[in-house]
Design a protein around this ligand. Structure first.
Ligand code: ZN
Length: 80
């Protein structure tokens, strides 16, 4: 059991950690060196390295504010 990176849904307590980021390029046949180059582009790399994971929460983007304003849980579909 690795540490939780993305937290839990405040509504249903779903674990918001997704798959390992480095698993995606490896599943596409990339070498470990190429996979690390890919994974290191994502935030969290400096802290978690090969254990870094995708977040499962869906970012809700506001065109007006030009930023992500909240997130939606993929399990209960509530925002937070
Ligand atoms: Zn939820």
């Amino acid at each position: 059991m690795s540490e939780n990176i993305h937290g839990f849904c405040p509504h249903c307590n779903a674990n918001l950690d997704g798959e390992l980021i480095i698993d995606y390029p490896l599943s596409q046949g990339k070498t470990m060196e190429e996979a690390i180059a890919y994974a290191s582009m994502y935030s969290g790399w400096n802290t978690h390295k090969e254990n870094n994971r995708w977040g499962r929460a869906i970012g809700i983007y506001s065109i007006d504010k030009d930023r992500t304003v909240c997130h939606r849980c993929p399990d209960c579909e509530k925002t937070f």
